[in-house]
Write a protein that binds this ligand. Structure first.
Ligand SMILES: [Fe+2]
Length: 186
């Protein structure tokens, strides 16, 4: 696979995912009074988070698991992803008017904050130490080439928007549908 100096490396791609999800969380908070829009945004958070976690599981965890001191980092990341998915499943059937919605949403936001902090302090430095810069760019290219998990934001020519994303609005069982759709492509 050919890459150039302009090809974003996988760490840049995944950091952009983190910033994008943080922006979506902020939008959910900003739309506290707009219940319908809030639900749509939470579904988008779920899709983006699952895509991001699958990209890390597929392309990052195997490398870091084999790196020095990497196994514990990956084990913690896998456990954290499972906890976040459990919260997303709790959130999925809830309406924004439901009294437990905000409680579960805040837990998911906190779990995501921990995911981001752990990735950026532990996982990404270990990945960077285990790979050459060209290998990191090749991984970044692979994430973009993988139609099922590539980011929907316009980091480069946009592959899709939330309005034409076939995964948006397919609730209930959104997480399982996303996971199944991604598994079918690997
Ligand atoms: Fe991450």
């Amino acid at each position: 696979m050919s890459t150039t100096e302009d090809t974003p490396d996988v760490i840049a791609v995944l950091r952009d995912d983190h910033r994008h999800v943080e922006e979506l969380f902020q939008k959910v908070q900003d739309h506290a009074r707009f219940r319908d829009r809030r639900k749509e945004l939470v579904d988008q958070v779920t899709i983006e988070l699952v895509r991001h976690m699958v990209a890390e599981e597929e392309y990052v965890h195997p490398i870091v698991r084999d790196a020095a001191d990497g196994r514990g980092t990956v084990d913690r990341a896998v456990a954290a992803n499972a906890a976040a998915e459990a919260l997303m499943k709790q959130l999925e059937p809830l309406a924004p008017t439901d009294e437990v919605f905000d409680r579960v949403f805040i837990k998911l936001m906190a779990a995501t904050h921990c995911h981001v902090a752990d990735d950026e302090a532990q996982l990404f430095p270990r990945l960077a130490a285990a790979c050459l810069p060209t290998e990191l760019r090749e991984l970044g290219e692979k994430v973009y080439a993988d139609k099922s998990i590539r980011p929907t934001r316009p980091h480069r020519p946009a592959p899709a928007t939330s309005s034409d994303d076939p995964l948006v609005g397919r609730v209930p069982h959104l997480i399982d549908r996303v996971r199944d759709a991604l598994a079918g492509n690997h």
